[in-house]
Ligand binder design. Structure first.
Ligand code: UDP
Length: 319
């Protein structure tokens, strides 16, 4: 079954394309390469374009049974500085894509949402019923698209799965694809940059949070586990039911725990220093992943150690 992977030359989209292929689907990658990398789309049919390009999209949408939508800007801090960019691309570009889908025979869509739609949750673990009150423009654009999907499902029968990702990390076990961001801001690759001397030290953003070691706690989920969930989500859509579900492990790790795992796995010291808190960082974000487990029979199988091991292997291929 052919599936259009929009944003398939990005970090998570490329892993989803690989998972689809492993499960016998035929992914077609569609990406405007604004933040994607054509090398991550190697081995797939690849079309350059964006959500606004309906003349390009329309014929492709007639060749596929489902769409996965990963194409978005995803830096929280940048979304605060430059919201126009985020509303334009994530919301307007996303809506243009959604309307092109609506004007095609396709009625199945999987959307990359985020735990940022919850903002600062009232408690952890976070369940899907908790209020969606994003605290930055990035989270707002994702929530608005979720709302559009809900309305289109109700009015037009366009079925969707919105996956609310926690902290995607790690790389494909093959080390053929992995995370490439410029600039790099995510914790694990930033720590690798500190190991390589590409930055003087890893800044720990705050050590006075109300957590056991004072540093922020996040739910790190292996990107291959995320990718597998998308295949399960696609199979679920065959039953004609829309859904929003968290994708996390249900276990949190502090920044310090991540750094000590990196040191153990790589055998190298991560130079680090304490820096001020990063604005908008809640102390603790951990998923309650049981809905996805119950609905899709899916569970994150890979550990923090697996995340660091595969991320390090990918990092080594790029030195
Ligand atoms: N973090 C940090 N130093 C860095 C990058 C991240 O201390 O250089 C912390 C950040 O405050 C958060 C966690 O690591 O608590 C994960 O951040 P990341 O940017 O990887 O993902 P996010 O949670 O923003 O999606």
């Amino acid at each position: 079954m052919p599936v259009l992977v929009v944003g398939g030359a990005g970090y998570i989209g490329s892993h989803a394309a690989h998972a689809l292929k492993r499960h016998g689907y035929e992914p077609i990658i569609y990406d405007n390469l604004s933040t994607g990398h054509s090398e991550l789309a190697a081995g797939f049919e690849f079309i350059t374009g964006d959500g606004f390009d309906s003349a390009k999209l329309n014929p492709i949408l007639r060749r596929v049974d489902a769409v996965m939508h990963f194409a978005a800007h995803a830096y929280v801090g940048e979304s605060v500085q430059n919201p126009r960019k985020y509303f334009h691309n994530n919301l307007l570009g996303g809506m243009a894509l959604l309307n092109a889908v609506l004007d095609s025979p396709v009625r199945k869509l999987i959307f990359s949402s985020t735990c940022a739609v919850y903002g600062t949750p009232p408690s952890v673990p976070i369940t899907e019923e908790m209020p969606r009150q994003p605290v930055n423009p990035y989270g707002v654009t994702k929530l608005m698209f979720e709302r559009a999907l809900e309305a289109y499902d109700h009015a037009y029968g366009l079925r969707y799965v919105s996956f609310r990702y926690f902290n995607a990390a790690g790389a494909d076990e093959s080390a053929e694809i992995g995370e490439i961001h410029d600039p790099e801001t995510h914790l694990i690759p930033s720590a690798f940059e500190a190991i390589h001397g590409k930055r003087p030290a890893l800044d720990i953003f705050g050590d006075d949070y109300p957590t056991p070691d004072g540093t922020c706690i996040r739910d790190y989920i292996h990107v291959t586990d995320l990718a597998e969930a998308h295949v399960a989500g696609l199979e679920h859509l065959a039953h004609g039911k829309s859904l929003a579900a968290n994708l996390g492990t249900g276990h949190g790790h502090s920044v310090r725990e991540v750094l000590s795992t990196i040191e153990r796995v790589t055998g190298k010291r991560v130079p680090h220093r304490i820096a001020p808190r990063r604005p908008g960082d809640p102390a603790e974000l951990v998923a309650d992943p049981r809905l996805a487990e119950k609905t899709f029979n899916w569970k994150a199988r890979r550990s923090l150690e697996d995340i660091v091991t595969t991320a390090w292997k990918w990092d080594q291929t790029r030195r």
